[in-house]
Design a protein around this ligand. Sequence first.
Ligand code: EPZ
Length: 435
Amino acid sequence: MDSKMRINGGKPLMGTVEAQGAKNASLPVMAAALLLKNSSLRISRVPNLLDVNTMADLLRSLGARVLFSDHEMFISIPDEISWETPSDLVRKMRASSLVLGPLLARCGRAIMPLPGGCSIGSRPIDLHLKGLTKMGATIELVHGAVHAHTKGLSGGRIYLDFPSVGATENLMMAAVFAKGETVLENTAREPEILNLVETLRSMGAIIEADGTGVIRIQGVDSLHSAESRIIPDRIEACTYILAGAATNGEVTVTGVIPNHIDSLLAKLEEAGAQMTVTHDEVTIHPSGRLKGVSLKTLPYPGFPTDLQPQIMASLCIAQGTSVIQESVFQSRFLHVSELNKMGAKIDIQGNTAIVSGVDRLTGADVVATDLRAGAALVISGLAAGDSTYIYHLGHIRRGYEDMEEKLKSLGADVEILPAEIDGTRESQSSVCRES
Ligand code: EPZ
């Protein structure tokens, strides 16, 4: 049964939380383990999230042994693994598509249902498939599933039409055993990509990546056991920083890498927020009412699309107007109607949201339509002067470890309750398999 979160807002958050390991680094690093044979990958600082456990189940379904406790994961891969992914798991999480490259590289075959679209857009994987075809894979779509096979992948030059995170990760992993050199151009440059590069290198892959959008991979014959450590989750960390800003509180997030979140820190400074930044901590101080700002989401190092809903929630009560342009996903504004239910004044014009700051938000029953939209509603609930009920919490659990405990440690009045089955309420939101 899904559950709901009740938030009695209007109180400044005060205290310190530690950033979890990055969800969007953990998932590709886990998938990379499939490149191993009779070897193992030990990963530390893995967050205990729904999506991480889904990926662990997916690896197990292919024949891996996965042990996971207290943020430490041990994945051992036998000599033979299956190359056919179970559709129920793939449909649960789009990031399952990250096993495609490793399976093709390691087994020469892969069968994987096409990941569905969701509330933030159609989310195709055409760039993944185009790159794999260029490397010598034969790809057919049969009954909504990708059937891929190859006699052996070959290197070459692949230019990505868009710096897709997933396509960069899939093609990099596919290239590890390819004949010769593979040069990926116009790649994604997110920190999670470099975390994957470091992991693959520690397994014996030969990869050059300096964050400039060009990645060179020299094919090798095999990889070996290794250890990897996941970087801090920059999106989770910024979610708590923005919650501090929205409640005029004093919140310190520890265990972060500040230069991974430069774009948010710069935008918050522009909005008048007072912050202290050290080598691994960020503190936001009571800054009064933020000033409205304008931003456009872009691939890293631009402002991250995964923070767009959350900063929008914080700017709903800013002084003046904010203009937020979403350029990465087709439609990532489903949280707007829920924020407007709480008294926000947001007008959507195409891929741009015009946010007119209001003095205060009021509590309401709202629905999380996807992971980051849910996080935005938590922020608006914390800022609102009374009670807010957030339904479809499952989305939030996909990407935020122990959010209720972390918020309580910051003094928030939150509680998780069973969600009564309310025909209108529960059926309202579209189900999203983003991630
Ligand atoms: C990753 O998704 C993240 N997920 C997303 O985080 C994040 O929003 C996204 O990158 C952008 O930063 C993980 O890392 C697990 P993309 P991914 O390929 O790889 C289009 C979260 O909340 N596109 O960079 O799926 C696509 O439709 C999640 O943690 C194609 O058209 O994102 C989108 O508009 C949500 N064809 C844009 O590119 C393709 O073949 C960016 O997608 C691939 C992508």
